[in-house]
Design a protein around this ligand. Structure first.
Ligand code: M6P
Ligand code: ZN
Length: 193
């Protein structure tokens, strides 16, 4: 099936938005239940407000090989206990697919790992591009005081596999230690999960 070119404007002024998008996905704090280390701090935050945690604006395409999907994600700043706000993170359902991330605003890190046990945590601040190769699960962390805004592109048939990460998390977590974003082993990570 022939699909048509899609021009759109991605403005960085003020509340950066895309002039065109097909989908707007909203993740509130409550959708992150079980993801953070500090369960009590999480419950306390949630009691105050089920605030917007991150949102994704997407250009949707048919989920077939060759098509690309793209969009922007805005991840709000904050911490649960000492752990910085983050996305859920996922493997691609089609493991052999990669993704490009381009940070437009804010300060953060990209946490990545493979089923074989490789891991990387890369800086992800405005201007930084991270290429996520096939087989690498990926999560974005906001270590700054403002929203972390980034543009992303991946194969339209990649899909999301949240299960593994939802159950055992990533091998590494990003927490504030004496005012500095610090990479630590995830104490709850277990290979047997
Ligand atoms: C990026 C893309 C999206 C993804 C979003 C939020 O913007 O990879 O496909 O949905 O991050 O991350 P997650 O799906 O892990 O919550
Ligand atoms: Zn992805």
């Amino acid at each position: 099936m022939l699909t048509l070119p899609i021009p759109f404007v991605l403005s960085l002024a003020d509340e950066a938005v895309m002039s065109r998008y097909d989908s707007h996905t909203v993740r509130r704090l409550s959708s992150m239940t079980g993801y953070y280390q500090a369960a009590e701090a999480f419950t306390a935050l949630l009691t105050v407000e089920d605030a917007l945690h991150y949102e994704v604006y997407g250009i949707d395409r048919p989920a077939v090989a060759g098509e690309l999907i793209s969009g922007i994600t805005r991840l709000f700043p904050g911490k649960v206990g000492h752990e910085y706000f983050m996305t859920k993170g996922h493997y691609h359902a089609v493991l052999a697919t990669g993704e490009i991330y381009y940070a437009l605003r804010g300060q953060g890190m990209m946490v990545m790992e493979t089923p074989e046990g490789e891991w990387r945590v890369e800086p992800f601040a405005a201007g930084q591009v991270v290429y996520v190769p096939p087989r690498w699960a990926h999560r974005t962390v906001n270590t700054g005081d403002e929203a972390l805004l980034f543009f992303w592109v991946c194969p339209a048939d990649a899909g999301h596999d949240y299960g593994t990460i939802a159950e055992r998390g990533f091998r590494k977590i990003v927490v504030e230690v004496e005012g500095t974003p610090t990479i630590l082993d995830n104490p709850r990570w277990s290979p047997s999960c």
